[in-house]
Design a protein around this ligand. Sequence first.
Ligand code: ZN
Length: 227
Amino acid sequence: MCFLSAMNENHAALVLFSGGQDSTVCLFWALRRFERVEAVCFRYGQRHVAEIEAARAIAGEAGVPFTATDVAVIAGLTVNSLTDASVAMDREPIGGVPPNTFVPGRNLLFISLAAIMAREKHIANIVTGVSQADYSGYPDCRDTFIRSLNVTLNLAMEEQFVIHTPLMWRNKKEVWQLADELGVFELVKTRTITCYNGIPADGCGECPSCKLRRNGLREYENSHQYQ
Ligand code: ZN
C-alpha cells in the first residue's frame, strides 16, 4: 500500500520559466532530476514579449508542457523601468536601494501563483532561477525570502512543496558552467533572452542584465578556453 498522496510525488516539477539564461538553465537542471517537468511563464507587461516567445520555443523543443499566464495587473500597481518604457533604467543599485528594474512583490506573486498551479497539477517541486550571488540588490532573490515563502505556502495550502533554487549561490560565471555541464551551453548562449531591452543572445550590451551576463560569459570562457 502506498501512503504517499499524489501531492507528495517527488518526481514532478514546475519550473518558473521566462526564456532567460537563468530559468533556461533551471529548466534543463529540472529535466535531469525529475521524471515530469512542466513550465510556466508569467506575462506582466514587461517591455518586450520576445522573451515569452523564446520561452515557448525552447520548452516546445525540450518537450516540456508550457503555460503562459497573464498577470498584467502587477504593471498597473507599480512604476518601474521594466514595465514602463517612459522610465529611464537604473544601471545599478544606488545607496543600497534596489534599482528601478525591481518589480516589488514579483517573485512573491509568481512563486505563489506557481504553487497554486503546481497543486492543481499534483506537482510538489517548484524550481526558480533566483540567485543572491550576483544580483542587483533584489530582496526577493535572497535565500531567506525563498525559505520563508516555502514555509508560508506549505502552511497556506497544507501541502509539502519544495522550492528548488539551483542558482542561489552561483554567480553568472558559474551559471554558464552549469549550462555547459547540462549540455546546453550553445542553446543558452544563442537562444535565450536576458536583456532588459528584449534583444536575444548577447543582447544590447548596455543594460545591467546584459553586463552581468556578458561578464560571466567572458569569465567562464577565459577560465575554460571554451571554443
Ligand atoms: Zn541588454
